[in-house]
Design a protein around this ligand. Structure first.
Ligand code: 5GP
Ligand code: ZN
Length: 112
């Protein structure tokens, strides 16, 4: 499958990896939008948030839990933002789900 994040998950494409276990991998974003900007992805290919199934419930929780644990470990105890873009209207450009974690600056609302 020609998916860039599957290739990152398998190690075929290098990344600045922060964390990995049997289910997820976290790595720094190539084009950071904040002093800290990393992505948490499942190793399983799931194209969009709309494609989550009942059997992915635990995996989805694991992605979120990993995001907050790493954010705290990387100095964002005071706060940070998580974002998951879904489909074209939601601003998704890579069709393998990923949770953005942005931190170490104050965030504004609403997002663009
Ligand atoms: P999306 O727009 O789909 O929500 O986010 C995709 C993100 O993946 C973007 O922030 C983009 O900078 C990042 N990205 C795209 N290709 C690569 C890559 O090859 N390596 C890394 N580390 N990040 C990537
Ligand atoms: Zn994939």
């Amino acid at each position: 499958m020609d998916c860039i994040f599957c290739k990152i998950a398998s190690g075929a494409i290098p990344s600045k990896k922060i964390y990995e276990d049997d289910k997820v991998i976290a790595f720094h974003d190539l084009a950071p939008q904040a002093p800290l900007h990393f992505l948490v992805i499942p190793k399983k290919h799931i194209a969009t948030l709309n494609d989550l199934t009942e059997e992915d419930r635990l995996l989805a929780g694991h992605i979120l839990f990993t995001a907050q644990r790493l954010a705290k470990e990387l100095g964002c105890e005071q706060g940070f933002r998580v974002v998951m873009n879904c489909n074209e209207l939601g601003g998704q450009t890579v069709y393998h789900i990923h949770l953005h974690v942005l931190g170490q600056r104050s965030m504004s609302w609403p997002p663009g």
